[in-house]
Design a protein around this ligand. Structure first.
Ligand SMILES: Nc1nc2c(ncn2[C@@H]2O[C@H](COP(=O)(O)OP(=O)(O)O)[C@@H](O)[C@H]2O)c(=O)[nH]1
Ligand SMILES: [Mg+2]
Length: 422
């Protein structure tokens, strides 16, 4: 085989010369830039063509003796092309990039032109990556306990945040699985989009009770139940202030306190009632419950506080139950279970189960200012399917009350409580 050299201002010009001299018979072995394009100077490219000696046309004269030919670099053996193929490829590239193209064209044309093969390889790699992820997801289904080991890198951050928030592990793994299943593959490759998508799923999963104010003539009766010291009385005061003077429309608010244990701890609420000039009724025996509601029938809102001695006190819960049972009025009593966000999911669940016989309508979480993780709240609402109605975020009456929203809760779950976002 003989190595022939051709030169031109572009590789395709050199190739054209080669074709004119020796036809389609040679193999393109190497393309070199001999001289860069500069002011007043054309670029010069040199191509080396290998061709069988007997196929060199008699007309070809421009042949350097072999001794004067430049030595071939080792790696050039990898890039042997059939000359006609090489010509086609170069002209293809040249077609796409016509006016600006030259071999330094990248910088001048400001565009990266990808050869077709490279694009095809990239598409194949993307398809393979997706297939690997499908396989990972299949593993995930089979080996739930080991889920952490199966999590794709892009999901690691969001998984860690959610796990640290105190979210129940079963819930978290289930949600992760939903996210992986339903999320478009393209989005899975970027942890920012994974995070946004997961946040959206969390928002959709957490049940929230929208605050609806009573229509003209209708009445809202809300009873706060829950363990001692969780913030029921404080929350009643905040709600009373909200409805009687914080909203655009000022509602008539009345208070009822169930002191069925006769412990006389009603003074705290009495004080708020005096300050806000609100009517207040005390119920000691369950049969008095209906009368108390009737005597506040001029109110738009009736807020009922309950009290007792211990979180697990079955007797207290039974007394409240008796009161609800003795409700002869036409008013539906909305039962709100109040719990502190500072206790772990399992304890929230025990509390919920204790109070569940009362027929819980919504959940209220207090003391958000005293804890770091909020996944426990998410998990309780998710597990019980009971909507959250309010959050209490501090001791101050009336300001430290937040009407529940999924945006606020999910922000807390993933980034902690931030007063400015309340
Ligand atoms: N840090 C904090 N303290 C609260 C919150 N809600 C209530 N408290 C305090 O918790 C204590 C018990 O509140 P209280 O309303 O009497 O609880 P109750 O026994 O359920 O009626 C009081 O010292 C309140 O000021 C809250 O959201 N954050
Ligand atoms: Mg109280």
């Amino acid at each position: 085989m003989k190595i022939l050299t051709f030169t031109g201002a572009t590789p395709s010009e050199a190739l054209k010369k080669a074709k004119l001299e020796i036809g389609d018979e040679g193999m393109l072995i190497e393309t070199r830039e001999v001289q860069k394009k500069a002011l007043g100077k054309q670029a010069l490219y040199e191509i080396l063509i290998g061709v069988e000696e007997e196929k060199i046309p008699a007309t070809y004269t421009n042949q350097k003796p072999l001794s004067k030919q430049k030595p071939l670099r080792q790696e050039s053996e990898d890039i042997l092309f059939d000359i006609s193929n090489a010509a086609k490829q170069i002209s293809q590239v040249a077609d796409v990039t016509k006016p600006q193209f030259n071999y330094e064209g990248k910088a001048q044309a400001q565009t990266v032109y990808e050869p077709k093969e490279l694009k095809e390889i990239k598409t194949e790699i993307n398809k393979l990556t997706d297939k690997v992820k499908i396989i990972q997801n299949m593993f995930w289904d089979e080996k739930s306990p080991d889920i952490e080991a199966q999590i794709p890198a892009e999901f690691a951050e969001i998984y860690r945040l959610a796990a640290q928030s105190g979210m129940n592990k079963e819930h978290l793994d289930g949600l992760m699985r939903i996210t992986l299943e339903h999320m478009p593959f393209k989005m899975k490759e970027n942890s920012a989009t994974v995070k946004r998508y997961f946040q959206t799923i969390l928002r959709k999963m957490v049940p929230i009770r929208m605050e609806v104010q009573p229509k003209l003539g209708a009445k809202k009766v809300m009873m706060l139940v829950g363990p001692t010291g969780v913030g029921k009385t404080t929350s009643i005061a905040k709600l009373a202030a909200r409805y009687s003077f914080l909203l655009d429309k000022k509602y008539k608010v009345g208070l009822v306190v169930l002191d069925t244990y006769r412990i006389g701890a009603v003074e705290q609420l009495m004080q708020y009632a005096r300050m806000m000039k609100l009517g207040i009724e005390t119920v000691v025996d369950p049969p008095e419950f209906s009368n108390a509601l009737e005597s506040l029938k001029y109110c738009d809102y009736i807020l009922i506080d309950t009290m007792g001695s211990s979180p697990y006190d079955k007797g207290k819960i039974e007394k409240i139950y008796e009161c609800l049972n003795n409700n002869q009025t036409q008013y539906h009593v909305d039962v709100i279970l109040v719990m502190p966000s500072s206790i772990k999911y399992e304890d929230l669940k025990i509390t919920y189960d204790n109070f569940a016989p009362l027929g819980i309508d919504t959940l209220m979480f207090t003391k958000l200012d005293e804890t770091m993780g909020f996944g426990n709240i998410f998990s309780l609402a998710y597990e019980t399917k009971k909507p959250i109605s309010y959050f209490s975020v501090g001791q101050e009456v009336p300001e430290d009350l937040v009407v529940a929203s999924s945006d606020f809760l999910i922000e807390c779950v993933l980034h902690g409580f931030n007063r400015s976002k309340a």
